[in-house]
Design a protein around this ligand. Structure first.
Ligand code: CDV
Length: 311
């Protein structure tokens, strides 16, 4: 029996520093409409989909910094996206910078939410793997100050029963870490949704940087296959305020195969019919965790291959 979830990845081209929230939300609504017209029940937007990728700059003015964050979700500016989702009866994943005030202190997270087709927020995730630096680095055209502007997520990697399946979320750099998928894989995740902003030249090592797009797909395809889950990876890409970012948004099957991929670095919707039962053939054979996974032996292997000197 199929459990088809027709899904869109709504890639975004650059968002300029001066683009208003409502203009950006208008772009998201356009892509939501296109997704619906193409039969989708779920649309996956990108990481920090409401603003330019501001961690590329050192921002000392607190009011300016705060202007990139959402305190309310939905807010006056994002309410039209929720209204449209309800009208169209379509769910969505949305990434944004979140500011909360707790015990009089500001706390900042790189967050995503899962919204059902009634426009109710049914899941939240806060990015755990924050790349980059706390302090600005010398001799760089662009900084990557996520460690300065966010604290690591405090919600773990939850899996939500929604859309007739088991849905998980991650954000950008999380996709490079096997733990991300495995923690959700152990909860029988069937689809991992994630958005990313991946600037070229981040590492500063030409050989590594030239593999940016390869590593993008490698990590998501491996995570999908090894955990028998769909992965929907949605980029923000193109030349944003002089910083070039990779595209190649993808929808990946539990086999690890790419079934849809974007071809531009602009706003672009890609779609696929995702059968949430598809992972079962892997979960019941090669990746039957119960039968074949042996965590009780892993510490021994680490000890033998690492610190212990050969006899
Ligand atoms: N937004 C990100 O997390 N970007 C990182 C870059 C900095 C390496 C990524 O993993 O794509």
């Amino acid at each position: 029996m199929n459990r088809n979830l027709i899904t869109a990845a709504a890639q975004m081209g650059p968002i300029s520093k001066h683009e208003s929230r409502s203009d950006t939300v208008g772009r998201l609504i356009e892509m939501m409409r296109e997704s619906k017209a193409r039969g989708c029940e779920l649309v996956v937007f990108t990481e920090m989909a409401l603003t330019t990728f501001f961690p590329r700059w050192m921002i000392e003015d607190e009011a300016e910094l705060d202007s990139y964050y959402e305190i309310d979700m939905p807010s006056a500016a994002t309410q039209p996206l929720f209204d449209e989702a309800k009208k169209l009866s379509i769910g969505f994943y949305l990434g944004y910078a979140e500011l909360i005030i707790k015990d009089g202190l500001k706390r900042r997270f790189n967050t995503s939410i899962l919204v059902d087709s009634n426009a109710r927020i049914i899941g939240k995730y806060r990015k755990i793997h924050l790349p980059g630096h706390y302090e600005p680095q010398p001799n760089r055209d662009f900084q990557h100050l996520e460690k300065r502007y966010f604290e690591p997520g405090d919600l773990g990697f939850p899996v939500f029963k929604a859309f007739n399946g088991h849905m998980g979320m991650a954000i950008c750099n999380d996709r490079r870490w096997p733990e991300t998928y495995r923690v959700m894989g152990l909860q029988d995740v069937e689809m991992v949704m994630l958005g990313y902003n991946t600037p070229f030249g981040h590492v500063g090592d030409q050989a590594m940087d030239s593999l940016t797009l390869f590593h993008n797909h490698l990590s998501m395809q491996a995570g999908a296959y090894q955990n028998a889950t769909w992965v929907v990876g949605t980029a923000k890409c193109g030349n944003e305020e002089g910083s070039r970012m990779g595209g190649q948004s993808v929808i990946i099957a539990p086999s690890g195969e790419i079934v849809a991929q974007s071809v531009t670095v602009e706003d672009e919707v890609i779609t696929a019919r995702c059968d949430l039962n598809f992972g079962k053939r892997y979960k019941e054979t090669i990746f039957d965790f119960e039968a074949h996974r042996r965590p009780e032996h892993y510490s021994l292997i680490v000890e033998r291959s690492g610190a212990v000197a050969p006899d």
